[in-house]
Design a protein around this ligand. Structure first.
Ligand SMILES: [Zn+2]
Length: 443
C-alpha cells in the first residue's frame, strides 16, 4: 500500500468508528480493522481526537472564469476549496464569459480550467432561451447537468427562462436523462411588491424578495417535473414555506430534490447590521424562525444537501461604502468555510457526523452521479480524504482565507471544526497550507 490512514473516528457510510483506510494508486483499496496496517509504505495515525471523513463535494460554486477571473478564478477557488476540505467542486455555468450554454463555450471553459485546479472540478451547463439544440452535445462533452434561472440572473450573458422556454427544453432534458437545477424565484411576486424604506436597511431588501417568489417557483417546477418526467433540483432553497410542497411531491413520486446553503442555516435576518451588504444574496437570508424550519427539513430529508453557493465578486461591487442593499451585487463567499459553518450549527442542534457527511459529501456526489468515486470512504472510491478536528474552535479571519477576495459575512465568527489535512486521490494537498501543485482533474 502507498498509504494507510487510520483513526478512532472514521466516518463510514453506515457508522463512525475506528478503522484503517488502505490506499493504492490514489484509490481506496480496502477499509480494515484499526490495527491491520501491515505493508504500509506510509502510515498516518489521526487518533488525537481527529475525524477522518471523505473529502467534501460542493456542487454549487461560481468560479467566474474565463471572462470574470478577477471575481475568483480556478486557481484561487480550488486552493480555497483544498483548505476547506473540499476535494470536488462543480462550477456554475454563469458569470463566466462566455456562459456555459453552448458546446463551444464549454470547450472554452475546459481550456481555461486546465492545469489550474488544485482539486477535481466538474461543470454544469446552462439552459437559456433558444439553446435546446446545444444540450445533447454539452452532455456528451461532459457537463453533469443543466442550470436555469426563472428570474434575471444578474448577468446579460445568461438569460432567464419562462414556462414556455421550459416546455421546449424539458422534453429534451428528459430524453437525455439530464438533471435540471433551478434558481427558483419567479419575477411576478418580486415586481409586484413595492419597495419602501431605507436601502441600507436589510429589512428593505428582504421585503423586496418575498417568500412567495420562491414558493410559486417551486410549485411551477413540481408541476413541470411531473408533466415531463424531468429530474429537477431546486438550488439554494431559502423559503421554508416551500418545504411542505416539496415533501408532498417527493412522496408522490415526483423526481425533485432541494439543497440549501450555510448562510441560510447560520445567519438570521434580524441580526444583519445596516449596510452590511456582504450578507446580500438571492434568495435572501430570512428570519430566525425560517432558519429553524430549514433545519427541520434537513432532518426529515426533504432537503438533502448543503452546498456553498460560493459567489464572490470584486469588493467594490458590494458597495460597502454606501451600504445599498438594493444596488449591491448579490452573492456570498464561503467555499472554504462550509464544513465549520455547517458543523457548528449542526452540533448545536444535536446532529451527528454521519448527518453532515450525508449533506456535505454523499448526497452532493450522488446528485451529479459521482457516488461510485466521490463523497464516500469505501473500497474502489478515490482516496479523497480529510482529517479534521470537530472540537477545535477558531475565529474566522477573512484576510487568511484563500478566496481571491476576502470580503465575507463570516469574518469574526467563532466556528467549530478545523481542517488539518486534505488528501486528493491519496496525495496530501493541504497541511495548514496548500502543499501540492495543481494536480486536480477535470471530471
Ligand atoms: Zn449560485
Amino acid at each position: 500500500m502507498d498509504l494507510v490512514i487510520r483513526a478512532q473516528k472514521v466516518v463510514l457510510p453506515d457508522a463512525v468508528g475506528p478503522c484503517s483506510i488502505h490506499v493504492r494508486d490514489g484509490v481506496i483499496d480496502s477499509v480494515r480493522e484499526y490495527d491491520d496496517v501491515q505493508g504500509a509504505r506510509e502510515l498516518i495515525d489521526a487518533s488525537d481526537g481527529a475525524v477522518v471523513m471523505a473529502g467534501l463535494v460542493d456542487t454549487h460554486v461560481h468560479v467566474n472564469a474565463p471572462g470574470r477571473t478577477e471575481w475568483e478564478g480556478f486557481e484561487t477557488a480550488t486552493r480555497a476549496a483544498a483548505a476547506g476540505g473540499v476535494t470536488t467542486l462543480i462550477d456554475m455555468p454563469l458569470n463566466s464569459i462566455p456562459a456555459t450554454t453552448t458546446l463551444a463555450a464549454f470547450q472554452t471553459k475546459l481550456a481555461e480550467a486546465r492545469d489550474k485546479c488544485f482539486i477535481d472540478v466538474g461543470f454544469w451547463g446552462g439552459v437559456v432561451p433558444g439553446n435546446t439544440g446545444e444540450l445533447a452535445a454539452m452532455q456528451e462533452a461532459g457537463v453533469v447537468g443543466f442550470k436555469c434561472f426563472l428570474v434575471p440572473s444578474g448577468v446579460d450573458e445568461f438569460q432567464d427562462v419562462s414556462e414556455e422556454h421550459l416546455r421546449e427544453a424539458m422534453p429534451e432534458l428528459s430524453r437525455l436523462d439530464a438533471l435540471l437545477i433551478v434558481h427558483a424565484e419567479l419575477p411576478g411576486p418580486i415586481s409586484c411588491c413595492s419597495v419602501e424604506g431605507n436601502e441600507s436597511d436589510y429589512q428593505t431588501f428582504l421585503a423586496s424578495r418575498p417568500r412567495q417568489a420562491e414558493n410559486e417557483a417551486v410549485e411551477l417546477m413540481i408541476r413541470l417535473s411531473r408533466e415531463f418526467r424531468t429530474r429537477v433540483h431546486i438550488v439554494h432553497l431559502s423559503s421554508s414555506d416551500a418545504v411542505a410542497s416539496l415533501r408532498e411531491a417527493q412522496a408522490g413520486g415526483v423526481a425533485i430534490t432541494a439543497e440549501t446553503c450555510p448562510h441560510y442555516l447560520h445567519f438570521a435576518a434580524e441580526e444583519i447590521p445596516a449596510g452590511a451588504t456582504e450578507f446580500k444574496c438571492c434568495p435572501p437570508i430570512r428570519e430566525r424562525e425560517n432558519r429553524e424550519r430549514l433545519w427541520e427539513a434537513l432532518a426529515a430529508g426533504t432537503i438533502d444537501m448543503i452546498v456553498s453557493d460560493h459567489s464572490p465578486c470584486p469588493p467594490g461591487m458590494k458597495l460597502r461604502e454606501s451600504g445599498d442593499f438594493l444596488a449591491a451585487w448579490g452573492g456570498i463567499a464561503s467555499l472554504q468555510l462550509r464544513l465549520p459553518v455547517v458543523w457548528t450549527e449542526a452540533r448545536r442542534r444535536g446532529f451527528s457526523l454521519r448527518d453532515i457527511a450525508k449533506w456535505l459529501c454523499e448526497n452532493p456526489a450522488r446528485q451529479v452521479r459521482l457516488e461510485s468515486r466521490k463523497g464516500t470512504i469505501a473500497a474502489g472510491c478515490d482516496a479523497d480524504l480529510i482529517v479534521w478536528h470537530p472540537d477545535r474552535e477558531f475565529v474566522v479571519d477573512a484576510a487568511a482565507l484563500e478566496h481571491r477576495h476576502k470580503l465575507t459575512p463570516y469574518h469574526g465568527e467563532v466556528l467549530h471544526g478545523v481542517v488539518e489535512n486534505t488528501f486528493l486521490r491519496g496525495r496530501k494537498i493541504y497541511d495548514g497550507r496548500v502543499v501540492s501543485p495543481a494536480t486536480g482533474r477535470v471530471i
